[in-house]
Ligand binder design. Sequence first.
Ligand code: NCD
Ligand code: ZN
Ligand code: ZN
Length: 444
Amino acid sequence: MTAYLIKNVSVVGAAPTDLLIRDGVVAQAGAGLSAPDAVVVEADGLVALPGLVDLHTHLREPGREDAETVESGSRAAALGGYTAVCAMANTSPVADTAGVVEQVWRLGREAGLVDVQPIGAVTVGLAGERLAELGAMADSAARVRIFSDDGHCVADPMLMRRALEYVKAFDGIIAQHAEEPRLTEGAQMHEGEVSTRLGLTGWPAVAEEAIIARDVLLAEHVGSRLHICHVSTAGSVEVLRHAKARGVRVTAEVCPHHLLLTDEVIGGSGAGAVAGSGEPGSPAGRSYDPVFKVNPPLRTATDVAALRAALVEGVIDIVATDHAPHAVEDKECEWAYARPGMLGLETALSIALEVLGPEWDLIAERLSRAPARIAGLSGHGVDPAPGVPANLTLVDPAVRRTIEPADLASRSRNTPYAHMTLPGRVVATFLRGEATVLDGKAVK
Ligand SMILES: NC(=O)N[C@@H](CC(=O)O)C(=O)O
Ligand SMILES: [Zn+2]
Ligand SMILES: [Zn+2]
């Protein structure tokens, strides 16, 4: 196994040092290390972070291998600085049995680029009628701990209660896609000024907030762990703040696109990217481009500001990508027919840098340590130090790069950041001491 000597790297923003990676772990740390057998990685100006962990990834295999496979999505993840991703269950067939979650888990091992931890469905076929075999998925080789019907809301409160009760036995989590379906029938974009102007059916913030409010109360009642997927409104933040103050066992994620983009981008007015610390560039002039269609929808600048503040404060625990690859025919069509979802794995760290600035400890916490803790992925989310598994990524914060869809490793092209210039570039990623990315390129 190749050893790597990383020279002059700043570990999570600290003064530069050297790291020796050998036999899957960080063997030594300190200035002036030497190791004649090791491959030297010159890391002046680079920052080492614990490998990023994504709690919300759509890999599309089995069923839509034209849009993404476990392997192509794993490569995109490694290039984005990730060492572990949690794969959502809305595949075809749905990951609602031990057989399917084991298949995804095995495909992840074979690809060997990131650890792929399957998420199991809550209900059979995501149909919201009967609980899936949660216990069998938990006991399977995939050792599923997170269950979600993501793409659909577990709308029936009785089923939601039963699911929360069931997973309590093994400290599992229900990850809710919070969307009251009766309030979003026919909805096309965020309900507000822009939807009125464009004449598109609105998707009200209350459809999300009402389910979060219900579910934090249910989680409190049964004493179980609840996770809220892709929080997108200022009102949701207030509900979560209240629940956390009461001691409810709830965690929450926000997606990069909800931290940067607003519904203004859909009208093609030229606005829509909320300015961060630098110059985000603008995805302007592409009115009604379905690349901006996503569930939950892009909201307002007020929501973006509240989400950013909640992420800094910790009311929102983590950034998760909701990487949602879609084939060209499902995106490059009329707005109403396009599938919701956007790519995220290869741009998340850049968006975090854009939005949070070079706050390395905060970035490590929200994109690596906290998601690893929530998912129970031991060996991930641990800062590089002697003896810890060598799951880490090296970032060059000084580089600004222009996102070109054709350059992405994903099989799909639906990035909302096409032609935008964003800060930061992943130079190298290591999974248990093996390089998955070197010189900014995937190793295999
Ligand atoms: N986010 C999306 O708009 N789409 C996701 C489903 C989901 O996360 O709800 C997908 O699977 O494409
Ligand atoms: Zn969802
Ligand atoms: Zn999703």
